[in-house]
Write a protein that binds this ligand. Structure first.
Ligand SMILES: Cc1cc2nc3c(=O)[nH]c(=O)nc-3n(C[C@H](O)[C@H](O)[C@H](O)COP(=O)(O)OP(=O)(O)OC[C@H]3O[C@@H](n4cnc5c(N)ncnc54)[C@H](O)[C@@H]3O)c2cc1C
Length: 409
């Protein structure tokens, strides 16, 4: 059987790796737009700061050779022809398949005018990030304006500060990382960003990147122009699905899949940032574009491809902030019917409950016990008997053992 994987991000790579282990004889082809060996995007900032390759090329640069897969970098797929089981490359070339995995991930989503002007950078791929960091290292960038303070925008701001660049960041919401953080935790992140020298303009809407070629300023809704010598769009991500137009793949925001991560087309699966899956906590169909979901989905796809029937438990909403100086972790919903909280000496721990069950938590300064909290949340365990301990700094599994041994088995 020949399996063709579109995309060599974490989702595509894990499908290849697991499938090779489960079905050693299978013929695996993996194509990617990127010219690089498969890499882990969350490690990019660290790589640019330290030059360390091990976390970026997380499975080793030679992983495709070791897995004996036919890896084709710099090979964008331009269209799907599911009727004849082939995909279309440029210059009328095609690749045939028996099974197809759509793992084309996500890219910048910028609703702001002028985003395609020369000189507008993003940090969504290693190619894009390299272009930005190369410009900084050449000394042509001393003052950057970043539009958007979601988790990628905040990460880029901190990286650029570490590289000696003056940074102004514009965010239309009243807080940084508004989709992940409640206002109180966001304040802690903002304070740390200020301490690191990032200027953050909240409740400030950017409407366009302005200039001829290249871009010269960001225009705000107020009419004010923010000048700089580098402009970064960090306004969100969207699934890479455009090349599937007209193929009949069922899509909404991402590709719709069933509980085996099958699309509506026979023999075609989807995994990672491109797939719209069921949220494990809310049951909603959603794209939670994070690394652990991509990996978990890829494993399920590989097992189904290998003939081992497996259903997907659902995606999760979680993230942690790296490079901040303060550990911050956000998991699940940003609020509930009730909130447990503890704030002391630079530590903030908040757990959100609905009907006595954890629906989300935010930890800053002390993230101990995050794995236990997550496990309690996913299992839907009633936490009434020991809820006072959940927000205690240093909380861990030992706090539960005496009370509810069944929880930790
Ligand atoms: C800066 C940054 C920091 C992040 N930090 C975190 C973090 O701390 N924690 C976390 O959980 N998540 C983080 N993420 C998100 C995480 O990286 C993604 O969820 C994960 O990479 C998704 O994997 P994927 O394989 O689905 O997609 P991607 O990693 O996007 O890979 C998809 C691949 O498909 C290729 N492709 C796209 N279209 C085509 C086509 N037509 N033909 C051929 N190839 C194609 C792309 O070039 C790309 O290489 C971060 C992301 C970024 C950018």
């Amino acid at each position: 059987m020949k399996t063709l994987i579109i995309g060599s991000g974490p989702a595509g790579l894990i499908v290849a790796e697991e499938l090779r282990a489960l079905a050693p004889e299978s013929d695996i082809v993996m194509v990617s737009t990127e010219p690089f060996a498969p890499y882990a995007p969350p490690a990019m900032a660290d790589y640019f700061l330290t030059g360390r390759e091990e976390t970026l090329f997380w499975k080793g640069r030679d992983i495709c050779d070791r897995l004996e897969i036919d890896f084709r970098p710099s090979t964008p797929v331009e269209g799907l022809r599911p009727g004849s089981n082939e995909v279309l490359l440029g210059a009328r070339q095609t690749i045939g398949y028996d099974n197809l995995v759509l793992a084309s991930g996500s890219r910048l989503h910028s609703p702001i005018g002028g985003s395609d002007l020369a000189g507008v950078f993003d940090f969504k791929s290693l190619s894009a990030a390299t272009a930005l960091v190369d410009a900084v290292r050449k000394g042509t960038v001393t003052r950057a304006v970043i539009v958007g303070a979601g988790f990628i925008g905040v990460e880029v701001a901190l990286l650029l500060r570490d590289l000696g660049v003056e940074v102004t960041q514009v965010e239309m919401s009243d807080r940084v990382m508004p989709r992940m953080l409640d206002p109180e935790t966001a304040e802690i992140v903002l304070a740390e960003m200020h301490r690191r020298g990032v200027e953050v303009l909240l409740e400030t809407k950017a409407v366009a990147f302005q200039g001829a070629r290249p871009v010269e300023a960001v225009e705000l809704e107020s009419g004010r122009l923010l000048a700089g010598d580098a402009f970064i769009a960090a306004t969100g991500v969207k699934p890479n699905v455009e090349f599937m137009d007209g193929s009949g793949v069922d899509m909404e925001w991402g590709i719709r899949v069933d509980d085996h991560l099958r699309t509506n087309l026979p023999g075609v699966y989807a995994a990672g940032d491109v797939a719209q899956t069921m949220d494990r906590m809310t049951g909603e169909s959603y794209v939670h574009a994070i690394f652990p979901n991509a990996v978990a989905q890829a494993r399920v796809v590989a097992r189904n491809l290998a003939g081992i029937e497996e259903t997907y438990a659902g995606s999760e909403n979680m993230n942690s902030l790296k490079h901040l100086g303060v550990q911050v972790m956000a998991v699940g919903a940003p609020s509930g019917d009730r909130e447990l909280r503890m704030r002391r000496n630079g530590i903030l721990r908040k757990v959100f409950l609905t009907d006595d069950r954890i629906v989300g938590f935010r930890l800053a300064g002390d993230i101990s016990g995050a794995g236990v909290l997550r496990s309690l949340m996913l299992k839907g365990v009633g936490v009434g008997p020991y809820e006072d301990r959940l927000v205690t700094p240093g909380f861990g599994i030992g706090d539960l053992v005496l009370t509810v041994p069944s929880v930790v088995r």
